[in-house]
Design a protein around this ligand. Structure first.
Ligand code: NAI
Length: 319
């Protein structure tokens, strides 16, 4: 197979000063992309800031013969998102790839989540992805080419205790990806979401009481996965997804400890009640087995597909 390359392309990786993002940036640069290494600096719970993290990664890329430009703005404001995209345009003249990876984590039981943490998590993950992607989308539309990756999380897609605000923000990114993919399709813009797992500083910084939920799993997994807890093991899927060579769009993927898999939402046929009058609550209860059965599920391209499928079925039943 031919090597997957990014020559002539420009990539923005947010939160690329460490953890997973650093590996995405370094690998994209190694494969020919000019990379904007965005990082606010600061701690894994989103406090503080500084230029060192982005600078170190840029230096590593340049030392290896690659092209990189740092950006220290927070993704969490419209001005920050705009400035990140402007860095790419000023330094390299275009934007082909955006990896929305920046983020932080603050855990608390649902009843105890402080307002400030809810705001901060929504701001960096959900609004941050929006703020960076919106100006980039305009550039990509003009170019007729673009690739987005949204770093969401299994904590949102599947659920995870003590991460209500984080999960809500991350799953919001899935909705954002769905629409960016649909609106981007006519312009050769593709968008996908990632559900990664890796032993980055974000996970290491979790308090023992928060890690207790995972303890039994980690005990079983640790001896089996070799080095694959390392953030490096997420990188190959991400780099493939944002390449010219990958056709995927409007999809989500899990990358956990060296295993890559598609994650999807399906809808089952369910039960269709009477059309002349609403079903009774008791009818819903009576048909519960049919309503919850996953058999013969289908995947939908967009909301309209649900209506179209339903219209077809109702028409068939009326015949
Ligand atoms: P990390 O803490 O090592 O990396 C996140 C980076 O984002 C840091 O370098 C940080 O300085 C930067 N950052 C934080 N707020 C920022 C802001 N407002 N603007 C710009 N940069 C900012 O964590 P990790 O594990 O590498 O996480 C990367 C992404 O993957 C995050 O979005 C995280 O939520 C997500 N993720 C990670 C999982 C894991 O198992 N490590 C699991 C699920 C999702």
């Amino acid at each position: 197979m031919n090597e997957i390359r990014f020559d002539g392309q420009v990539a923005i990786v947010t939160g690329a000063g460490g953890g997973l993002g650093k590996y995405y940036a370094i690998e994209l640069a190694r494969r020919g992309a000019a990379v904007v290494v965005n990082d606010l600096g600061g701690s894994s719970d989103g406090r503080g800031g500084g230029s060192a993290m982005a600078d170190v990664v840029c230096e590593e890329i340049r030392q290896a013969g690659g092209r990189a430009a740092p950006n220290y703005d927070s993704v969490g404001t419209t001005a920050g998102g705009e400035a990140i995209v402007q860095t790419a345009l000023k330094e390299f003249g275009r934007v082909d790839v955006v990896i929305n990876n920046a983020g932080h984590l603050r855990n608390a039981a649902f009843g105890d989540v402080p307002q400030a943490d809810l705001d901060s998590l929504i701001e960096v993950h959900l609004k941050g992805a929006f703020y960076v992607s919106q100006p980039a989308f305009k550039v990509m539309k003009q170019q007729g080419y673009g690739r987005f990756l949204f770093a969401a999380s299994g904590a949102g897609f599947f659920g995870n205790p003590e991460q209500s605000a984080y999960a809500a923000a991350k799953t919001g990114m899935l909705g954002l990806m769905n629409v960016v993919a649909i609106e981007g399709a006519p312009h050769n813009i593709k968008a996908n979401a990632l559900l990664p797992s890796a032993a980055s500083r974000m996970i290491e910084a979790m308090k023992p009481e928060h890690l207790a939920h995972y303890e039994h799993v980690f005990k079983e997994i640790a001896p089996l996965v070799g080095n694959a807890l390392d953030p490096k093991f997420v990188m190959p899927l991400v780099v493939y997804l944002v390449s010219r060579d990958c056709d995927s769009t409007h999809a989500a993927y899990s990358a956990s400890w060296g295993r890559f898999a598609r994650v999807f939402v399906g809808i089952a046929p369910g039960w269709a009640g009477p059309r002349d009058t609403p079903a009774t609550v008791e009818q819903v209860a009576e048909h519960w087995t049919q309503i919850i059965s996953p058999e013969n599920y289908s995947e939908l391209g967009q909301l309209n597909d649900e209506y179209a499928a339903l219209a077809q079925r109702l028409a068939a039943e009326l015949k």
